[in-house]
Every structure is written in structure tokens, then in C-alpha cells.
Design a protein around this ligand. Sequence first.
Ligand code: ASP
Ligand code: MG
Length: 410
Amino acid sequence: MALIVQKFGGTSVGSVERIQNVANRVIAEIQQGNQVVVVVSAMGKTTDELVSLAKQISVSPSKREMDMLMATGEQMTISLLCMALKEKGYEAVSLTGWQAGIQTEAIHGNARIEHIQTERVQGLLNEGRIVVVAGFQGITADKEITTLGRGGSDTTAVALAAALQADKCDIYTDVTGVFTTDPRYVKTARKLQSISYDEMLELANLGAGVLHPRAVELAKNYHVSLEVRSSMELERGTIVEEEASMEQNLIVRGIAFEDNVSRVTVVGMEDQLHTLPTIFTTLAKHQINVDIIIQSIISSGEPSISFSVKTDDLQKTVDVLSQYADTLGYERIEHESGLAKVSIVGSGMVSNPGVAADMFEVLAGEKVEVKMVSTSEIKISTVVNQAEMVRAVEVLHQAFQLDAEMAGAK
Ligand code: ASP
Ligand code: MG
């Protein structure tokens, strides 16, 4: 008998019919002779609707009350799913985050799980029940309800799988797995049979919404075997594991991209040594997230620094820098919007020098101008014109042999 944690996202539980479908997927696992813990998200767009309700009442609602409000979404789903299971003749018990023993740090809106007291869940499993736990929520030592950040139900599932030493954690979602790139934009995108934790973490951090980055981090740290698969279709999904076992011949495993990127350049810094840290401290204080940073110290010219921000934050960035112009000490600010970030990710890069060169070569061949670059051991990100984003992804997808009929595909 294996212990399996199944997690179903918002779309998968978005209606009564979908909840019935989820109940059937749970029962199928039980009929295999397994014990099952189910973690669910709020139905459909419920969390967004709760946030919008709050915004109609207050521009900056208290974070404690926001957590209190948002935690109700998942609570709806657990009770409905348990009712559905009972109707089908199966014993199920719903538990909120605190009932399931999920203890978090005392930070509202983005709490990390510190510890899970598994006795209650374990006891119910031993009695032969299906345990249905509300994702995305926990409780502090002071008995305050917290949430884990948007998309946090994945993290609940992986943390429970780790704490219960489950044999497997299946993340059921509205796509059939993790793809080489977004299939809505690139027709030849292909579902991966497997991907490593590190690659998945890079992709998740680059905005591939399929998994919450912290869930991947936890899975890696606790060696939780993960599978991302469809709640509607029966086909196998993508296994996330230590070392992706198949398709090892691929240097690049996935391509992520995001639009609405802007570049800001601060030209003519008076006192490089002090201006540099002050700029970023000031931006951080104003909650502006800076992504790629490029500094150029040209012996003859003016020392300048360029960085990228989300276009939504551009105006605020310019305002803040102008407001502090005197203390920061620079000559002028230049900025450019309408940009996008295109990143290639793959563990194979570590042992294959020249991947960046290949990437630039391919982009140059398509006359796609690269405006900024940043790298990690297994990732290369470039900033290009937004109008050229999809074309850049397409040519890279082909050049690095990620297309459907290429290497490793079954
Ligand atoms: N319901 C939460 C959200 O929409 C958590 C989740 O779905 O994972 O962000
Ligand atoms: Mg999600």
C-alpha cells in the first residue's frame, strides 16, 4: 500500500462537475489499494474574486484580514469534495490548514511552512479515511491564519508529502505536464517526460506558472517524487526528479518568456561607489523588483548602470529615482519599454560551454537584437524587443532541438 498526495488546482475544481471528476480521480487511487491525502485550491477564480472584493472596501486592507478572507476559498472546496466522495460511498474528512497541523512563520500573505504536525492526518489515514486538506493556508504559533502566497497550494501538497513521507505527490492541473515552452504560443512545444528539480525551479521562477517555485524547492530538499499531470486526461504527465533520466542528450530543456519588461539606465553616476548601492536600496524600499542588472564602467565615458523592471513598475521607478536625484547623484535617466525576456534553461549547459554563444548566434541570424543578458549555471536570459519575443522563442526552440519530432520524444 502506497501513500499518495494528490493536489488539484483551481481550474480542476472549478465547478460541481469538475469536483465530481476529482472525486473519481481520488477514488481511482483508493481502488488501487493506496492511502490518499488530497490537497485542493479554491474553485476557479475564487481567490481573485475575494481579492477584488477586499479592494472595493479598502485600498490597502490589513494583511491579517486578507489572509482570513483568502483562506475561505479553499475551505469551500474541501467540504464540497468530501461531500462528493461520501455520495460515492467513500469516507472522507476535510481539514483546514490548521486542523492539518500546518504551522507557518508569522508573516501574512506569504508565510513559509515551518513544521507540520502530522498526527491527526496520520490517524485519519490509519482509520481508512481519505483526508482532504485545504491548500495555501496555515497557522502561526499564535494561532493566526496565514496564507502561503499566490499559487501556494502546490507547496502545501509537497510539504505534506514530505512530512508524511508519502511515496508520491501528484500535481493535477489543466495542462498535461511541463512543456518545452508555452504551447499556446509555439505549436511545436512538446510535453517533457521528465525534468530535474533545478531546471523546474528556474522555469518556475521565470514565470512558468505550472508549479509554485517554493513547492519545487521543497520537493528538491526532501526528495519528494513529483508528477505534474492533467486532471481531465488520463495520460502520464511530467516527472520532476533529481536528475531527468530521459532526453539527457538535450542541452536545453525548456524556454521561458515574459513580456512587459522595461529597461532603465542611470547615466553619469557621480560617485560610483556610493551611488550604486543607494540606487538599489532606494528601489527595494519602494518595493520595486529589479531583475537583470548591467553595469558598465567605461574609462573614457560616463559610468552608467542599466537594469530591467516590469513595465508596470516603470513609472514608479522613474519617479523614485527622480525624487532622490540629489542624494543619488547622477546626470540623467533613460528608459525603454516594449521589451521582453526570453530564457533558455537546461542542466546540460553546465558541461557544455558555448551555449550562450549558440543562443546569440541563433538570435543574430534572425536579426533579433539582444539588449541585456544574465546567466546562471543552467540558464541564460536575454532581453529583446517584445515584438520579436515569440519569433525568438520559436527559433531557439528549433535550434536547440526541442521541437516535437526531435530527440528524446516518444
Ligand atoms: N487559491 C490560491 C491562489 O489562487 C492558492 C492556489 O491556488 O494555489 O493563489
Ligand atoms: Mg497553481
